[in-house]
Design a protein around this ligand. Structure first.
Ligand code: SF4
Length: 337
């Protein structure tokens, strides 16, 4: 395991006297947070963060693409869509269970607490779901938390995954309801909310976030955070991605995001969803160490670790380790909340 990525105990910072978590956030309230003077915004985010978490601790997840490319959905940011044939991702079949568990073992030995498996499907077919369930059981047997992202799920599929022991299901809202139609046409925002509801009802923890930098305006960014923070129960994990502009996708030429604006979104997510893990997800490769540091100060407390994030590059593990060591921060084994 690289220096700086040693697991450490995670003190419980939850305090029963804390204000209850709100699920009635409005877009205007979030927009007002995002617009605060930067020092004020960061102070508020840090105060909220420190009330429930150790601010020096970062949770590490590892993500493996178990079935890559050839996806029938048309998400404008994604090189795995079969509709973006110039995106450069070759379609592959679902990996074998043994091969996935070999990767999971390596991730565990490198310090990961959670192993996430992603498949480029609209929704899983029954026989594929059984294979994924075997993977989940194997990952659990290694002592890791399990997470999968497989597209849309109905109630029966969600229950099957829960029965296999699945801890987390990832399904992102991506952006605001208003901007969504500019990014994806093959399924609706309501489809996404329905999958999230099926996952919740099955008793699986929810991992749900979005992407910044897809041509949205400030109101859309506030709308994304407000949508996440007004779900009936907040997602336990909230990945906030910075768009990776992949050649061959419709968003290849999207305007770059000001890193300070990105930090503002992280801070707003932290304040609105105080008990959730806010994850710096895709796009870290394009961020400086200083920008990532500001994200940690704004309340991000989870990262993906590994050289590839599904199909886009991720900072090398040694770079992560060096940065955490420079900051005096450490990783921890995460408890399912
Ligand atoms: S983001 Fe997921 S659903 Fe959308 S095209 Fe990519 S793999 Fe398919």
């Amino acid at each position: 395991m690289p220096d700086g990525l040693m697991p450490a105990a995670s003190p419980a910072f939850a305090d029963p006297s804390l204000p209850p978590v709100r699920t009635d956030w409005t877009r205007d309230e979030i927009a007002a947070l995002i617009a605060l003077p930067f020092p004020e915004l960061l102070f508020r985010a840090q105060s909220v963060h420190r009330a429930r978490f150790d601010p020096t601790e970062v949770q590490i997840s590892t993500l493996l693409s178990i079935k890559t490319g050839g996806c029938p959905e048309d998400c404008a940011y994604c090189p795995q869509s079969a509709m973006h044939e110039d995106g450069g991702v070759k379609a592959s079949r679902l990996m074998a269970v043994d091969a996935v568990l070999k990767e999971a073992r390596a991730a565990r030995d490198a310090g990961a607490a959670r192993f996430c498996m992603g498949a480029a499907w609209r929704s899983p077919k029954d026989h594929d779901l059984e294979t994924v369930c075997a993977m989940v059981e194997g990952v659990k047997a290694l002592g890791l938390e399990s997470c999968v992202t497989l597209g849309m799920l109905d109630a029966r599929q969600a229950q099957r995954l829960r029965d296999a022991g699945l801890d987390y299901y990832n399904h992102n809202l991506d952006t605001s309801p208003e901007h969504y139609g500019n990014i994806i046409s093959t399924r609706t925002y309501q489809d996404r909310l329905d999958t999230l509801s099926n996952v919740r009802d099955a008793g699986i923890n929810v991992c749900c976030g979005g992407i910044v930098g897809m041509g949205e305006d400030e109101s859309d960014r506030a709308g994304l955070i407000a949508s996440l923070a007004s779900l009936p129960k907040h997602p336990e994990s909230v990945p906030i991605n910075l768009l990776v502009r992949v050649a061959g996708t419709p968003l290849a030429e999207a305007e770059a995001v000001d890193p300070i604006d990105f930090v503002r979104i992280i801070a707003a997510a932290r304040i609105a969803m105080p008990a959730s893990r806010v994850r710096l997800a895709a796009g870290r490769e394009d961020m400086t160490d200083e920008a990532q540091t500001l994200c940690f100060l704004a309340g991000a407390n989870s990262i993906f670790y590994g050289e590839k994030l599904l199909t886009t590059p991720n900072p090398e593990a040694s770079r992560d380790a060096r940065l955490l060591a420079r900051l005096g921060m450490h990783t921890s084994l995460v408890q399912a909340s």
